[in-house]
Ligand binder design. Structure first.
Ligand code: FE
Length: 181
């Protein structure tokens, strides 16, 4: 099966689970992040990354149980490993770094922390808390770090039960443009 149909099936089958304790499903969250990226004229690779950034949650059978036990399941790494066989770093790196981007934003933007949802504050603690100054500088100097920060902001906004988006197919066409094998 090609990666596009594989992703489509994953979003279809597992996407109706709630996104942690947020008010939207995994599918809605993915679509909203992609829609926000498109509105901001992000390149296809970053729209694809926005759609796929939480694919690690869909790859994991027992994501909900992990969340309940208060463990960090490192979904950003699971997602990156899966995507790496089909996409270049312009897609996989923002996915890998989207959790650290939250830790970065908490360290550098005083407004940011106050806007996080309770679920996101909870996972922040599991993920290592805000970066210190040195970590933040090292983080943002990496290639694709700025893309990861953009993705992170869409990630935080894509939790709106009222938001309307296009269907999965529509955003998969961006993903299709980025497939390498
Ligand atoms: Fe997310």
């Amino acid at each position: 099966m090609g990666v596009i149909s594989e992703v489509e099936e994953m979003i279809d089958k597992k996407g109706s689970d709630l996104y942690g304790s947020e008010a939207v499903t995994q599918r809605e969250h993915a679509l909203q992040c992609a829609a926000l990226a498109e509105v901001e004229n992000a390149p296809a690779s970053l729209i694809a990354a926005a759609l796929l950034h939480d694919i690690g949650h869909l790859l994991e059978k027992d994501f909900e149980a992990g969340m309940r036990n208060g463990e960090d399941r490192f979904h950003e790494n699971l997602g990156e490993i899966y995507l790496k066989s089909h996409f270049g770093p312009e897609v996989t790196e923002p996915v890998r770094m989207h959790v650290d981007a939250k830790r970065y934003l908490c360290a550098t933007d005083p407004e940011y922390f106050s806007k996080l949802s309770p679920a996101s504050v909870h996972t922040l603690r599991l993920q290592g808390g805000p970066m210190n100054e040195e970590e933040a500088e090292a983080f943002i100097a990496q290639p694709y770090a700025k893309d990861a920060v953009r993705l992170r902001i869409w990630d935080d906004c894509g939790k709106d039960p009222q938001m309307k988006t296009e269907p999965v197919d529509y955003y998969l066409s961006y993903v299709n443009q980025c497939v390498q094998s």
